[in-house]
Design a protein around this ligand. Structure first.
Ligand SMILES: NC(=O)c1ccc[n+]([C@@H]2O[C@H](COP(=O)([O-])OP(=O)(O)OC[C@H]3O[C@@H](n4cnc5c(N)ncnc54)[C@H](OP(=O)(O)O)[C@@H]3O)[C@@H](O)[C@H]2O)c1
Length: 149
């Protein structure tokens, strides 16, 4: 299956690697592939750069969100909570229409410091907002309470 995994962090890497190992054709989505590939040194979470991870997974592609979603049959959203709607918006509603969109994200709000709070929460959720913004996608919320390790 052709699968787009949006997100270059721990979760995107875990899912992309595991799906590729099972024989799927996986492309990771990011904002700017050139910039992402050129990153050196650990990110703010102390994770090694994406290029280091990709060197061990040469079968996994890297593209911008639209490029990754374009030919995908299934899309996984593993971007940050605040980045999810922008990432999916960059992919474009037409590229998500009719596809299952597996949403692994959590809407963690760090604006008040640590620990983060959930926003939206209780009477609303990020997955509902994603479904409202992209009515043609078939949003499935799952794995977001499963540790990426
Ligand atoms: N850690 C866990 O065990 C765990 C488990 C389940 C679910 N989750 C959830 O899974 C998601 C991914 O977590 P993570 O730690 O792997 O990664 P993360 O650091 O939360 O997110 C990184 C990804 O978000 C993208 N991003 C950030 N801001 C953006 C924006 N404004 N527009 C577009 N894209 C943007 C980044 O794009 P670039 O590639 O361009 O930098 C990157 O691909 C989160 O929502 C998290 O809460 C985490």
């Amino acid at each position: 299956m052709r699968i787009a995994v949006f997100g270059t962090g721990t979760v995107g890497r875990a899912l992309a690697g595991a799906l590729a190992e099972r024989g799927h054709e996986v492309t990771v989505g990011t904002r700017d592939p050139g910039e992402t590939a050129s990153r050196t040194g650990p990110d703010r979470m102390g994770r090694p750069p994406f290029s280091e991870w990709q060197a061990g997974h040469p079968e996994v592609g890297l593209a911008d969100y639209a490029g990754a979603a374009g030919s995908a049959e299934l899309v996984v959203n593993a971007t940050s909570g605040a980045g999810s709607l922008p990432a999916l918006g960059a992919a474009g509603a037409a590229r998500l229409a009719g596809k299952v969109l597996v949403d692994v994200s959590n809407p963690l709000d760090f604006s008040q410091g640590m620990p983060p709070v959930l926003n939206p929460v209780n009477t609303d959720s990020l997955a509902e907002r994603i479904q409202q913004a992209f009515p043609g996608a078939r949003v499935v919320k799952t794995l977001n309470t499963m540790n990426a390790a």
